[in-house]
Design a binder for this molecule. Structure first.
Ligand SMILES: NC(=O)C1=CN([C@@H]2O[C@H](COP(=O)(O)OP(=O)(O)OC[C@H]3O[C@@H](n4cnc5c(N)ncnc54)[C@H](O)[C@@H]3O)[C@@H](O)[C@H]2O)C=CC1
Ligand SMILES: Nc1nc(O)c(N)c(N[C@@H]2O[C@H](COP(=O)(O)O)[C@@H](O)[C@H]2O)n1
Length: 268
């Protein structure tokens, strides 16, 4: 369906300290969480909402697919699903396993169709069908969507959204998302985006859940109007603004014209 990608074992060795251990068990209370995405020099993931934008060059793209081979699940938000029609599989030559796609779709905006790339790939035996996490109750799930997902081996799972100040449905709590991932027997999760997903995970109440961060930085400015990664600012006890988050254990690796930044989020 798509060309197979090669990733040198010498490059894989550079990433080893930042990927889930090969022996990670699905019985752990929390999956190993890797936050990974490609960004421009002005912190954009794409040119505009809904516009699929290639940032990674061939070397860092192969790295992303290698990372997919090292995780049991890969998570994207609904805007990414609708904008990109992604495959969400691993295209490294000879990959021995495929990640389970997890789609965060609180209001079930995705209407699965046989022509969706992720489902075509699944039928071709080159990837797995998605698990869709939704705030809607089972009686609200469209019959047609249930049957097409089930036929491919995917499913919907209800996650109770947090209540907003006015009592409405808010965002999911990342602890709840990771609980579902663990319940599904998935021991590691690669969070790819988009920006709202990343910004919510980098919020100070959740970022200690992230085990490693691997960011591809492409040598381009996408300009105003891009979809930007910029998490909510944190504050100290006096209410003075402090940086939202910072990495430690940092390594920078050039991959072609891109640079790949690996690190761990400071836990304080
Ligand atoms: N360069 C890269 O590595 C990547 C680029 N992208 C790009 O990002 C763009 C999409 O990004 P965004 O518009 O920010 O959308 P998104 O993909 O982050 O999805 C946003 C939606 O996800 C849901 N959501 C997010 N956080 C949630 C939470 N904690 N609980 C419940 N629901 C939550 C909400 O419905 C929200 O409207 C696309 O253009 C895509 O091409 C996406 C992934 C990676
Ligand atoms: N690593 C990376 N580099 C880019 O330049 C990108 N645009 C993305 N996007 C992410 O990859 C998904 C596409 O996956 P498939 O190749 O179709 O399997 C897309 O949905 C984003 O999550 N990533």
């Amino acid at each position: 369906m798509s060309e197979a990608l090669e990733f040198a074992s010498s490059s894989a060795a550079l990433l080893e300290p930042y990927v889930p251990p090969a022996s990670s068990q699905s019985t752990a209370a929390k999956p190993f969480v890797t936050l990974t995405f490609a960004t421009s020099l002005d912190s954009s993931l794409s040119l505009a909402p809904g516009v699929r934008t290639r940032l990674s060059g061939p070397g860092s793209k192969a790295m992303t697919h290698y990372l997919r081979s090292r995780h049991s699940a890969i998570l994207v938000g609904i805007n990414t699903m609708l904008a990109d029609d992604p495959g969400l599989n691993c295209r490294i030559a000879g990959a021995s396993s495929q990640p389970r796609p997890i789609i965060i779709d609180p209001h079930l905006r995705w209407v699965p169709k046989h022509s969706d790339k992720v489902l075509q790939i699944c039928r071709a035996g080159q990837g797995l069908a998605p698990i869709v996490l939704t705030g809607l109750q089972p009686e609200e799930w469209p019959e047609g969507s249930i049957s097409i997902l089930t036929e491919h081996g995917g499913k919907f799972i209800h996650v109770e959204p947090k209540k907003t100040a006015s009592g409405g449905r808010g965002r999911f709590d990342w602890h709840d998302i990771l609980h579902v991932v663990s319940q599904e027997g998935l021991s590691s999760l690669m969070v790819e985006g988009g920006a709202q997903i990343i910004n919510s995970l980098l919020d100070s109440q959740y970022h200690s859940l992230v085990d490693s961060v691997i960011v591809t930085i492409a040598p381009t400015w996408l300009g105003e109007g891009g979809v930007v990664v910029s998490p909510a600012r944190a504050h100290d006890e006096q209410g003075v603004p402090i940086p939202a988050a910072r990495l430690s254990d940092v390594k920078w690796h050039p991959f072609g014209e891109d640079v790949v930044l690996c690190g761990r989020l400071d836990k304080k």
